[in-house]
Design a protein around this ligand. Structure first.
Ligand code: ADP
Ligand code: ZN
Length: 434
């Protein structure tokens, strides 16, 4: 049994999908040009007029958008709709502590909800299902996105949000949760907790889980499936484009179907910025074609993957994205939070008594990510009392928590002990097996 939420779209002939994309692309380009100064200025500078963009083959003439554009125009600069028509704000961590936000009109919330309804249906969830959402609720898109989709398909939705594992497990067992939405690392943690606590797996009703928001592997899929007794499906999304559900795996587990009637994916060579054909590895770029609050033209995700356009065994014709293969920048995802080394650096330069030489050590124990920040103290500080060092550690820890949003272990090291490099500094040791 293989359910499809919207077969008319999800199994549409490719030529029909492309026709739909062409038409929607023309509209959104015109809309953005008229309403958002940043797009108008960039297109004028490139000498591109909205009329020049006729089909998806013309995408290559459009300028790119980047995360820095969202930061530089924070908070309202890229909004295309009137503020009175915006009904929702979602956000994620930016690069310097300023959040990155996206504004959604009711139409955009509906589009996103439709994408999540398709996602959940692809894991055979329906109105008889009990969906436990343990993605965080709040600015982060995970919780509300999954919640909206689950409500749309008429499932019994349990808005647990993240954390409190003991309570998650009680609810899972007693309520008879059939579908689970959380990060893959939390799914592993839940699975290990079930084993450690000796919970009788045969009492659980779990069938399928939708895991995303951070990189994971085929090995992790196997482990999660074994520990939880579920089909573990990969889901992908980002705040700038919509949230989770931009693409989703079906039970074939052969790549994530992109909701192409709402977003157009491209793969580009990150160095030359030229589009690459299906099957080639490069940077993923998205153009939203139905959003009205803050549509995005050619948004560079910095995620690396491949696209495939062969029809899937499930019957869907939507293009598939392979599991992500890394990033073109140095963004780390630690416990679901986007962390840039530059954020940590900005904290360290403001602290007296430490030198700007640091190393970030990321590890994963018991399925939980940890971040250790090793930083050199200055010569002066090194000879100071322990008390002084302790207060520095505390200060750095608190500042990182407030800027980046996660708790880090701070290790002060002696002057000149962090290896210096002549080329690009190596500041990250990621011990997680991803
Ligand atoms: P989200 O709410 O989906 O985490 P963010 O905007 O905070 O959105 O982060 C988006 C980034 O998270 C993506 O660009 C990608 O790097 C990462 N990400 C999301 N889903 C996945 C996934 N399934 N696999 C790997 N990385 C993912
Ligand atoms: Zn499929």
């Amino acid at each position: 049994m293989n359910k499809i939420w919207n077969p008319q779209i999800e199994c549409m002939d490719r030529s029909e999908i492309i026709k739909l994309q062409n038409e929607r692309l023309r509209n959104v380009v015109k809309y953005e040009y008229e309403r958002v100064p940043l797009y108008r200025e960039r297109m004028d500078k490139k000498g591109v007029k909205p009329e020049d963009i006729r089909t998806i083959d013309d995408l290559k003439y459009l300028p790119f958008t980047e995360k820095t554009d969202l930061r530089d125009t924070f908070p309202y600069g890229l909004f295309a709709a009137d503020k009175k028509d915006i009904v929702r704000i979602q956000g994620s961590s930016g690069t310097t502590g300023k959040p990155i936000v996206s504004g959604y009109t009711q139409n955009d919330v509906d589009v996103w909800t439709e994408m999540m309804a398709r996602t959940l249906t692809a894991g055979n969830a329906d109105q008889d299902s009990i969906v436990q959402v343990c993605y965080g609720y709040g600015l982060f898109t995970g919780g509300l996105g999954a919640h909206q989709g689950a409500s749309k398909i008429g499932a019994m939705t349990i808005p647990m949000s993240s954390g409190n594992t003991a309570r998650q497990l009680i609810m899972m067992e007693e309520m008879g949760t059939t579908h689970l939405c959380c990060t893959p690392s939390y799914a592993l943690y839940l699975g290990e907790s079930i084993r450690e606590q000796g919970i009788d797996r045969s009492k659980l009703k779990l069938k399928c889980g939708f895991f995303g928001a951070e990189p994971w592997t085929e090995e992790m899929r196997k482990q999660i499936e074994e520990l939880l007794g579920v089909d573990a499906l990969d889901i992908y999304g980002l705040t700038e484009i919509a949230g989770p559900g931009v693409s989703f795996e079906c039970l074939e587990k052969a790549g994530m179907h992109v909701n192409e009637d709402h977003v157009i994916p491209e793969i580009i060579d990150p160095a030359t910025e030229m589009p690459l054909p299906y099957g080639e590895k490069g940077e993923l770029v998205f153009t939203t074609i139905t959003k009205t609050g803050m549509p995005m033209l050619r948004y560079r995700t910095h995620d690396i993957c491949r696209l495939h356009d062969e029809k899937c065994a499930c019957g869907r014709t939507l293009v598939r994205m392979e599991r992500l293969m890394g990033r073109t920048d140095d963004m780390l995802i630690i416990r679901g939070v986007n962390v840039f080394p530059s954020q940590i650096e900005s904290v360290l330069v403001g602290v007296r008594g430490v030198a700007p030489h640091y190393m970030l050590v990321v590890d994963r124990q018991k399925a939980t990510d940890s971040l250790e920040v090793q930083v050199e103290v200055t010569d002066d500080m090194f000879s100071d009392s322990i008390g002084g060092l302790d207060s520095i550690k505390k200060e750095i820890g608190e500042k990182i928590k407030s800027v980046v949003g996660i708790k880090a272990q701070i290790t002060l090291v002696a002057p000149h002990t962090i290896p210096r490099s002549e080329g690009k500094a190596k500041r990250i040791i990621d011990k997680r097996k991803l």
